[in-house]
Ligand binder design. Structure first.
Ligand code: GLO
Ligand code: MG
Length: 344
């Protein structure tokens, strides 16, 4: 049992700076450089999209996919890194133009399930049992284009298909209410947990909570985490920050709402998350203005802020807080929290 946290990152967190309005501004970063950065920054694990691990997987037979994933595993082993999860990247493929599992095209739905099973093969060959399901385009831009009742059934079919691909595979659903679609079918943790509970093996379905996604749903990320933690279902996190209801910003953890970040760390500490050995992931984006040599600073800052907030939570005056609570003196509690956050 350790009270020390372990951190993970995805290769998409170190990127050349393109946004919907402009091209890349930094040279591409090779996968080896991502691995070097992970080590330099003190991250222990790597998160993968299926095609981060096996880039040509759409053109390869299953046996070749497994072979390539094993080679990737060796690259991790050689550097003392471990894989945290594999996510089927359905949203970047033309088959997934209208969603994968909930596409109106039956061929696309079949493709999405087959591709997800290949992602399971990749995960197992890498040496991890966790599939992250971010249902990016599973939703609508024109509500009348799909039947939401049917869509829930299709999401469940996909979950069950992934669960049936291997007896030990687990799924962490990463809900997000919008972007790239207008309305996503699995917008919150409540939806994700309810789907998991209806699956063929609820014990193998949990969630990954991303700060920004909870904020975009108008919810408090710390309370979303608390809800999942109470159910024993918080299997990973994507900590970042978000300045209100706009595009998904993936800002540095704590950059928009430091107290909100403190509250997320507090709930993780209350649950003994570090002792579970699960990872703290930061789904953060380098600013477009950042020069190539410094395009990992956002990860370093997020980790540093997280660690500083762990210290803040651990040094919180709990006795004084308990007195405030016993007296129903929440004004004093408010002041105690603010002064503690501002104290050197
Ligand atoms: C986008 C998501 C995305 C996922 C990643 C893993 O909004 O947060 O970054 O976390 O693709 O599935
Ligand atoms: Mg994310």
């Amino acid at each position: 049992m350790s009270t020390t946290y372990r951190f993970s990152l995805g290769p998409w967190n170190i990127h050349p700076g393109a946004d919907p309005f402009g091209p890349p501004v930094r040279p591409p970063v090779s996968f080896d450089d991502v691995l070097c950065a992970a080590i330099d920054l003190g991250f222990a694990a790597v998160q993968f999209h299926d095609d981060d691990a096996v880039p040509a997987l759409e053109d390869l037979p299953p046996a070749a996919i497994v072979r390539e994933a094993r080679e990737m595993r060796k690259r991790l082993d050689d550097r003392g890194l471990v894989p945290e999860f594999v996510a089927p990247r359905l949203w970047e493929n033309t088959h997934g133009i209208d969603g994968g599992y909930t596409s109106n095209c039956s061929k696309a739905r079949t493709w999405a399930i087959e591709r997800s099973k290949r992602a399971v093969d990749v995960a197992l060959a890498l040496g991890c049992d966790l599939i992250v399901m971010w249902p990016a385009r599973e939703g609508t831009n024109v509500r009348e284009s799909k039947n939401p009742i049917e869509a829930s059934r299709q999401m469940l079919l996909a979950i069950d298909a992934i669960l049936s691909a291997a007896p030990n595979v687990r799924i962490a659903i990463e809900p997000k209410p919008n972007e790239p679609v207008d309305h996503a079918f699995v917008p919150t943790i409540g939806h994700a947990l309810a789907l998991g509970a209806r699956s063929s093996d609820p014990a193998r379905v949990g969630v990954l909570i991303e700060t920004a996604h909870a904020i975009l749903a108008g919810l408090d990320p710390a309370d979303e985490m608390g809800f999942a933690l109470a159910a024993g279902k918080l299997w990973s996190v994507h900590l970042n920050d978000q300045n209100g209801l706009k595009f998904d910003q993936d800002k540095v953890f704590g950059a928009a709402n430091l107290r909100g970040a403190f509250d997320q760390v507090r709930v993780l500490e209350l649950a003994g998350y570090a002792e579970t050995g699960r990872f703290i992931g930061f789904d953060v984006k380098a600013q477009r203005t950042q020069r190539a040599g410094a395009a990992t600073a956002h990860l370093a800052t997020s980790k540093r802020i997280f660690e500083m907030l762990v210290a803040k939570v651990r040094s919180f005056p709990t006795k004084a807080a308990a007195e405030c609570i016993a007296n129903r003196d929440y004004e004093s509690l408010e002041r105690l929290v603010l002064e503690h956050l501002l104290a050197a």
